[in-house]
Design a binder for this molecule. Structure first.
Ligand SMILES: Nc1ncnc2c1ncn2[C@@H]1O[C@H](COP(=O)(O)OP(=O)(O)OP(=O)(O)O)[C@@H](O)[C@H]1O
Length: 260
């Protein structure tokens, strides 16, 4: 699905981004421009640097080099101002799970400056949209993995951010709920929002995103519209090609030998 986006209207600009952990280079000079109104997918093999990149974009992890601007706001010069514009679903969810779903939404909303009445109204809307109406009164610690993902996503959206940055939003989410989440995100984009998400589901990215970047070993090896990146094949084929192909199971014969 490619919509007519203005390539000059960039809502998120990542430029020359780098990050090392000790001697390990996790992000080695990433440049990505996300046009307003796009549904942008970030894909890459395990350990490619997706989470590290998204954590720096959302002001959670300080970069070693490079710059990130959200609607002309430098994320690292004024993190508080930038964070007001961004809704974040982090990868490793560390939620205050001794709160109920409703309390967690209240906390997220008031932290972003909303008044109690607005939070309450939006919490009800989000609960219906995510199918969590019956769960709002229960502790988040007792939620399933998919429900936890959904309440975290609802918390990311409650302050109606201009851009949503979502690390693996579909992980652990059942197919019906995933379709539901996609629909919510598509409505958000149709209303003027922008979504950047990482996912391992090539099929999902190919279906819902209009743009994609493939990151391997901390570098962007391909980016553009999904059609430009997949070059006539499927996104999964292109991904496997760029990620270095599949590993064989040679040398694993012991796994099939009987141990008696
Ligand atoms: N806090 C950290 N300390 C040390 N190394 C780290 C840290 N965070 C990430 N790394 C390393 O940086 C590299 C990139 O990790 P990252 O989590 O960004 O990958 P990813 O693309 O999100 O992977 P996945 O698809 O498995 O979630 C990996 O080699 C990882 O081991």
């Amino acid at each position: 699905m490619v919509r007519d986006l203005d390539p000059n209207n960039i809502v998120l600009s990542i430029s020359g981004l780098t990050k090392k952990f000790g001697s390990k280079t996790a992000v080695a000079g990433v440049d990505i421009d996300v046009p307003l109104g796009s549904f942008y997918g970030i894909v890459g093999p395990n350990g490619a640097g997706k989470t590290t990149t998204l954590s720096m974009v959302t002001g959670l992890l300080r970069p070693d080099g490079g710059s990130i601007t959200v609607l002309d706001q430098d994320v690292w010069r004024d993190p508080a101002a930038a964070k007001r514009l961004i809704g974040v679903l982090p990868d490793r969810l560390r939620l205050f799970d001794r709160l109920t779903g409703r309390q967690l939404l209240y906390y997220s909303g008031t932290l972003r400056g909303l008044d109690a009445q607005t939070v309450s109204r939006r919490s009800d809307d989000l609960a219906v949209a995510f199918g969590l109406e019956d769960a709002l009164g229960r502790l988040v610690a007792d939620y399933s993995a998919g429900m936890t993902k959904k309440i975290a996503l609802a918390c990311a959206m409650i302050h109606s951010p201009r851009i949503l940055v979502l690390d693996e939003p579909f992980e652990s989410v059942d197919p019906v709920s995933a379709a539901n989440v996609v629909e919510i995100l598509q409505k958000y984009v149709a209303g003027g929002g922008t979504v950047v998400l990482s996912s391992h589901s090539m099929d999902m990215i190919q279906r819902v995103c209009d743009r994609v970047a493939i990151i391997v070993e901390g570098r962007v090896l391909s980016k553009g519209t999904v059609d430009q990146v997949r070059e006539g094949g499927t996104l999964e084929q292109r991904f496997v090609e760029l990620a270095g192909g599949r590993k064989s199971a040679e040398g694993m014969e012991w796994l099939l030998s009987s141990s008696d």
